[in-house]
Design a protein around this ligand. Structure first.
Ligand code: SF4
Ligand code: SF4
Length: 86
């Protein structure tokens, strides 16, 4: 069940917003520019501009889909730190 924990954490957060992508992924240099977040956005609030995600807050309905689908949102920091003794 450990692999489900990120989804459980996201589901328990009531602050889901397109800006999570900016704060937790792009601003931490984790974004690979894959565009999955923009494809996952049902309102087209999330778009890719020069290879980076941008959220139009006026269109965002705070569904969390972009963050849920981002492959880097699942980056297992704690597990990597533990396995490499960091
Ligand atoms: S509408 Fe949903 S998928 Fe689109 S930016 Fe907002 S939280 Fe992300
Ligand atoms: S899905 Fe994640 S890694 Fe891909 S462009 Fe969006 S923020 Fe970057």
């Amino acid at each position: 069940m450990e692999y489900l924990q990120p989804a459980i954490d996201i589901a328990s957060c009531n602050l889901a917003c397109g800006c999570d992508i900016k704060t937790n992924i792009a601003n931490k240099s984790l974004c690979t520019g894959c565009g999955t977040c923009a494809l996952a956005c049902p309102t087209r609030a999330m778009t890719m501009i020069q290879g980076r995600p941008e959220c139009n807050k006026d269109r965002c309905i705070k569904c969390g889909s972009c963050y849920q689908h981002c492959p880097r949102a699942w980056f297992p920091y704690e597990r990597i730190k533990k396995e490499f003794n960091l």
